[in-house]
Design a protein around this ligand. Structure first.
Ligand code: ARG
Length: 573
């Protein structure tokens, strides 16, 4: 990989000039502005600052020791001490050749693979998944796929919400007025109906409230009837969730729900009391964060005054289990932005509880999906959107688009393409915006064949494939590519292709799949300009070979890039 080689050389030069430097901090990244170069390093400025030296001075000394003449034009020192590199065509050509021969696809797997647990999706049982859970599912799956592509050991765990006070109310509703027929037709809707009904009466009706509390206690104490009903609620829910996961192509290594940790909760509370982290406050057991300014006013309850544990207690037991079982380097939690306080508190407690455990804890949070009225995305009547309906509608709308473009294809084929395009559009519209901003859900936008959308990228891929169908018709034996890259559009495309790995790494560092979306969108744009300005099939033999190889590599990167976003491609559309 070109940037890796540049980085390697740069590190060697830095080691000579600044022997005590931490070379891991010396990095080469794409240059933000192609006017100045293809790659850039700003690492020397930090090194100089730490040592109170003049950065330009250090840069000059490093450049004097730096030999990258095989890879790049003479290195330029810019501004306060940036190094700018412009790749040589021969070096680019060599990387393209390696990829062409199957040595790599412009990325390298991690030298030190990490064990990373990704906790995502995690819906609550007896309730339909909402659009927030779908966003967690799509983001978590993409993050998992990208980390795995880069060679990390990823363990996925669906932390299902299958325990809590809601079961008291659910049990009352179930026993009082379960409609078995409705349950068979739509289990989640029926359970939600039961819950809402009891919940509405709960406040006014003392008798119902008492019943709900009693059922909850019975469940907690192992009452066989209540436990059997509870298990059935979980089974029915998981079965429904699995239908959605199957359609989305998402799999989990584990689905250890909250209830899995029940027997550990008392021990966790006791332990935190014993080590003086938690204390009694108004009957509850609480952790205070006096020394953390932002949490000073936000103590965390880990045991309520009625002795019950809560979400935080369960998550503490869960971290403990994960650390013991999988010894992760990192745990990633993917949820909406409303859980930020929860995870800040959780991480703060954990750090004090196990100060010696080196694990990176990341809350990867995301914004809301809004409806056309800029309010949280709901149905017209204000209900939560049902995911099955959403996915169905995506496929139906995509079918209309596909049919308009390809009326001649058989229905079965059009439907299969529509499935790929419709689901791709939904996923991509979740992944392409900066995950921390809210975005407005729009069918028109996500299904558009132009713009930063899945259908646009999927269509770009089919264009590449159609070139090869046409190329297969010509009889001449193809030449081996040498990648002369004479045309500016060839060069731009080539330069973009070779940065694929850098982008994947940037996504992995920050859990931001939107970087990859932007990269692929730009790739499709560069490809379109290349294809418009550089004849492929009608070119002279050597140019034809070079250009076909560029097409092929573009196709492979598009397919691989979409694949790690969880998006399928199709040969035609
Ligand atoms: N079940 C929770 C919810 O729907 C999300 C759980 C996220 N994971 C966790 N370990 N807390 O809001």
């Amino acid at each position: 990989m070109l940037y890796k080689k540049l980085e390697e050389q740069l590190r060697q030069a830095v080691a000579q000039v600044v022997p005590d430097a931490d070379l891991n901090t010396v990095q080469v990244r794409p240059c933000p502005d192609p006017k100045f170069g293809d790659y850039q390093s700003n690492s020397l400025m930090a090194l100089a600052k730490e040592r109170k030296k003049n950065p330009r001075q250090i840069a000059t000394e490093v450049v004097a020791k730096l030999d990258v003449s095989a890879l790049a034009e003479p290195v330029e020192i810019a501004g306060p001490g940036f190094l700018n590199f412009r790749a040589k065509k021969e070096a680019l050509g060599a990387v393209l050749k390696e990829a062409r021969e199957g040595q790599h696809l412009f990325y390298a797997t991690a030298r030190q693979p990490r064990t990373i647990i990704v906790d995502f999706s995690s819906p609550n049982v007896a309730k339909a998944m909402h659009v927030g859970h779908i966003r967690s599912t799509i983001l978590g799956d993409a993050i998992t796929r990208i980390l795995r592509l880069l060679g990390h050991r990823v363990i996925t765990d669906n932390h299902i919400g299958d325990w809590g006070t809601q079961f008291g109310k659910l049990l009352v509703g179930w026993k009082r007025e379960l409609n078995e027929q409705a349950l068979a037709a739509d289990p989640l809707a029926e359970m939600e109906r039961l819950y809402k009904k009891v919940n509405a009466e709960f406040e006014q009706n003392e008798e119902i409230a008492t019943q709900a509390r009693q059922e909850l206690v019975k469940l907690q104490n192992g009452d066989p009837e209540d436990n059997a009903i509870w298990k059935r609620m979980i089974e029915l829910s998981l079965h429904e969730f699995d239908k959605i996961y199957a359609r989305l192509g998402v799999k989990f290594d584990h689905a250890l729900g909250e209830s899995y940790y029940n027997s550990a909760l008392k021990g966790v509370v006791q332990r935190l009391r014993d080590i003086g982290l938690a204390s009694e406050s108004e009957g509850a057991t609480v952790v205070f964060f006096q020394d953390i300014p932002e949490l000073k006013e936000q103590p965390a309850i880990i045991q309520k005054s009625d002795g019950g544990a809560n979400y935080t207690t369960t998550d503490l037991a869960t971290i403990n289990y994960r650390i013991e079982t999988w010894k992760p380097d990192e745990i990633v939690y993917v949820t909406d932005s409303r859980q930020q306080l929860h995870f800040k508190q959780l991480f703060a407690i954990f750090r004090r509880w196990m100060p010696d455990v080196k694990v990176r804890l990341s809350h990867v949070w995301f914004g809301m999906i809004l409806g056309p009225d800029n309010k949280p995305f709901k149905t017209r009547t204000g209900e939560n959107i049902k995911l099955t309906d959403l996915l169905n509608e995506a496929e139906e709308r995509a079918l209309a688009v596909v049919t308009e473009k390809n009326p001649e294809l058989a229905e079965a084929e059009r439907k299969e393409i529509a499935r790929i395009v419709g689901l791709g559009a939904i996923k991509y519209s979740d992944l392409a915006p900066n995950r921390q901003s809210d975005y407005v859900f729009s069918w028109e936008k996500m299904l558009a064949l132009n713009g930063n959308t899945a259908p646009y990228l999927q269509y770009a891929y089919t264009r590449v494939r159609s070139i090869f169908r046409k190329a297969a018709e010509s009889v001449s034996t193809p030449l081996e590519p040498i990648f002369g890259l004479k045309e500016p559009d060839e060069l731009t495309l080539a330069k973009h292709l070779v940065t694929f790995g850098l982008v994947l790494e940037a996504v992995a560092d920050d859990y931001r799949p939107n970087y990859l979306c932007t990269y692929l969108y730009e790739l499709a744009g560069h490809f379109a300009r290349f294809y418009e300005n550089c004849p492929v099939l009608k070119a002279e033999p050597q140019e034809k070979a070079d250009r076909l190889a560029l097409c092929e590599l573009t196709g492979r990167v598009l397919k691989q890039g979409l694949n790690v976003l969880g998006i399928e491609t199709t040969e035609r559309m």
